[in-house]
Design a binder for this molecule. Structure first.
Ligand SMILES: O=C[C@H](O)[C@@H](O)CC(=O)C(=O)O
Ligand SMILES: [Zn+2]
Length: 273
């Protein structure tokens, strides 16, 4: 079964006045992984789609998505699928066997996508201006960046999977950041990148733990409490950062005007409010 939720873009002045319910309705990502279902969120931030597919031993086919206005979702889009569950396969032309942590880039025109096996598949998709070859990217193929320190509780490793240093894509830049033992802060010091939106998914967080995800303009921050396999949609004007009550991993994805990972404006520690 396929379900799609629409999310319009919110401007920063409107977001300032939101209470917890409104913040969650607009920016929180939850409940996208359900057995036997494909659940998508169609955002109006760079028209990024985020979602989940859980075939639960069976098979699920993602083909026409009304919101895209094309016969098949990949007719004018590219996609990245990340397996956050057990072994599974994804078929789009070829069949790819995916273990936990593997990412699959599917180029524009790859056709319908079939999810099977015991994977829990996180889906990201953005409009694409040209056809590029599909590619399975494993963690050992990813570019690695070590950041932070124990002293500032933000020691972490950024694995850049779909990234200009690894492969070409149209809009999508996707990776996975793992917190080191005892470190809790991601993306702190924080940044904004007005030319690209970002989507976050927190994983490997123990069920009874949480992450406090920070969002908002640098001087008007708000927070979302997120649990395991939940995340946030980060508008281009918003910071995106978080602290976990335990160590965790998160998957970040961006779409927008460029694929330049370093095109960010840092927010000073003294500036954030
Ligand atoms: O623009 C880049 C994204 O926010 C993430 O790559 C940042 C991140 O994983 C981190 O600092 O922990
Ligand atoms: Zn960012």
């Amino acid at each position: 079964m396929l379900s799609i939720e629409n999310r319009y873009a919110i401007d920063p002045m409107t977001a300032r006045r939101f209470d917890s319910d409104e913040l969650r309705k607009n920016f929180h990502v939850g409940g996208i992984f359900a057995d036997g279902e494909i659940k998508l969120i169609y955002t109006h931030y760079d028209r990024m789609i985020v979602g989940g597919a859980v075939p639960a031993g069976g098979e699920l086919v993602l083909d026409e998505v009304k919101h895209c206005g094309t016969a098949s979702i990949l007719d004018r889009r590219e996609m990245v699928v990340v397996n956050i569950g057990a072994e599974g396969t994804v078929k789009a032309g070829e069949t790819y066997a995916m273990a936990k942590g593997d990412m699959l880039y599917l180029g524009r025109g790859s056709g319908p996508v079939t999810f099977a096996g015991n994977g829990r598949f996180y889906i990201l998709s953005a409009p694409a201006h040209k056809e590029l070859p599909s590619r399975l990217v494993r963690i050992e193929d990813a570019a690695r960046v070590d950041l932070g320190s124990q002293e500032t509780s933000n020691e972490r490793t950024i694995h850049q999977f779909v990234h200009p240093d690894v492969m070409e894509s149209c809009q999508l830049v996707v990776g996975m950041t793992k917190l080191h033992n005892g470190s809790v802060w991601n993306t702190m010091p924080a940044h904004v990148h007005d030319r690209r939106m970002e989507a976050y998914l927190y994983i490997d967080l123990p069920e009874d733990q949480m992450a406090v995800h920070l969002m908002g303009e640098p001087t008007e921050t708000r927070h979302l409490i997120v649990r395991n396999e939940e995340g946030a949609i980060s508008p281009p004007w918003s910071i995106h950062s978080g602290a976990g009550s335990a160590s965790y991993t998160f998957i970040w994805a961006m779409a927008g005007d460029n694929v330049n990972y370093k095109d960010v404006e840092m927010v000073g520690m003294g500036e954030i409010r």
